[in-house]
Ligand binder design. Structure first.
Ligand code: PMT
Length: 407
């Protein structure tokens, strides 16, 4: 689908029954303002939280709720709605509708539309924190992701039920950005090969102790998941992590910086775009003991030596046939330090990551970054979920790949 500025496309917005339904009016308003034609499917429970008249007035279309309209003239089939849509957005999506989607239950208009939908699907969950973390809901989300649906949020914060935790629907403007990214991309990375690194490395002191850092792998895994969902062939080169890797990528596990370097260099010839989101240890113990270090020696000093700088080696050896993207985790002088790394490692783009705030960057579900190009151009991207951020970064990476690799 080609997105143009006068009519960027048709969006079918599903609204289900949760307190966040009031925010769907704002999502709708923002989408219409950006030129999208939006039709709304409102579930019976959704109508308890927001009036169909409000959504009809904002969209300029009748709101669709019933499978079988009272009059034949008003009847609109689920097939014609799903045929019309370029993207199906469900915001808010309750645990109930996610469960129906995941198990193929089609007992109302919205769940029936889902089954007949061939366009990209974006789901913005909203529910109580305990419901969201329930293994059944997590399993349903995993299944839908594997089937190609994208998710934005939920975020952590205060919930309508009086508790706080992960379950709050993402902000309307973040959902709109993710919608636009999803509209633009669908399978736009098909035919491009990505090598994406993630997680920390471990530098062994002895068989049970190591030096490492707080990287969870979330950022790199999110990049890999987003690239694969857009049709890319992805190899994910990961240090030790505890989170679930995407199932539709090739996963290569390593432990140390040296192992990551060896794998990266051997995988390099088969990949066009290299994205290093891993937090590679800069130092390792000069000698790893083969036995457990005993404490009867009293105080000890560790002698540390530099690990290989993987990205710098790749930058020095790449033949111009690769796109090289780095991340820079900085606690101070963000742009200055990131720009220096960009030039030193001969990168096409660096994602400057302010890690001084505990809620973003390392371990967190969200990130806030500034993209820096070799020309000195910069673009600040506000705080958002790592999944949504990955799509925004990939849009720029694709542009660079098209220019540099003549795709
Ligand atoms: O994993 P998460 O918990 O989701 O956290 C995400 C993150 C904060 C780890 C990620 O967003 C990030 O910023 N990754 C890069 C962290 C880092 O080590 O930055 P750096 O400034 O030290 O390195 C700059 C670049 O060179 C990075 O692309 C890094 O992968 C690469 N590098 C660094 C050292 C080294 N020896 N070899 C490398 O290739």
């Amino acid at each position: 689908m080609i997105v143009n500025s006068t009519h960027p496309g048709n969006i079918l917005l599903g609204v289900t029954g949760g307190i966040a339904a009031y925010k769907s009016a704002e999502i709708l308003r923002l989408l219409v303002k950006r030129g999208f034609d939006v039709k709304v499917v409102l579930t019976e429970n959704g109508a308890r939280f927001i009036g169909a008249e409000t959504l009809a007035a904002l969209s300029g279309h009748p709101v669709y709720s019933m499978m079988f309209a009272p009059s034949r003239n008003e009847n609109i089939g689920h097939i014609s709605l799903s045929d019309w849509a370029d993207l199906f957005l469900v915001a808010p999506a309750t645990a109930n509708i996610i469960g129906k989607f995941a198990s193929g239950i089609a007992d109302d208009l919205l769940s029936t539309v889902f089954l007949s939908c061939e366009c990209p699907i974006l789901i913005a969950p909203a529910m109580n924190v305990r419901m969201f973390s329930h293994p059944v809901v997590q399993e349903n989300i995993k299944k839908l992701r594997e089937l190609g649906a994208s998710f934005i949020g939920p975020e952590s914060g205060e919930l309508a039920c009086g508790t706080s935790g992960k379950g709050r629907m993402s902000a309307p403007d973040a959902i709109v950005e993710a919608t636009i990214a999803a509209m633009r991309c669908s399978r736009d990375l098909e035919g491009i090969s990505f090598l994406i690194s993630a997680g920390p490395t471990r530098e062994m002191i002895d068989p049970i102790r190591f030096l490492s850092n707080r990287s969870s792998g979330r950022m790199g895994f999110a990049m890999a998941r987003a690239a694969a969902a857009r049709g890319a062939r992805v190899t994910l080169l990961s240090g030790p992590t505890a989170i679930e890797p995407p199932s539709n990528v090739r996963l290569v596990r390593v432990v140390s910086a040296e192992e990551m370097r060896d794998e990266a260099l051997s995988l390099l010839p088969d990949h066009q775009v290299i994205i290093m989101a891993a937090a590679v240890a800069d130092y390792r113990p000069k000698q790893a003991l083969s036995h457990k270090m005993k404490k009867d020696r009293g105080d000890v000093s560790l002698s540390l030596i530099r690990t290989p700088d993987i990205l710098q080696e790749i930058g020095a050896s790449a033949s111009g046939k690769n796109v090289l993207v780095g991340f820079a985790a900085e606690t101070n002088d963000l742009l200055e330090n990131a720009s220096r790394k960009l030039l030193k490692k001969r990168l096409d783009l660096i994602v400057a990551n302010d890690v001084s705030d505990v809620g973003i960057g390392f371990e967190a579900e969200e990130n806030a970054v500034t993209l820096v190009w070799p020309s000195g151009r910069t673009r600040k991207v506000g705080r958002m979920a790592k999944d949504a951020l990955s799509d925004l970064i990939l849009n720029d990476v694709l542009q660079i790949a098209r220019d540099k690799l003549c795709l």
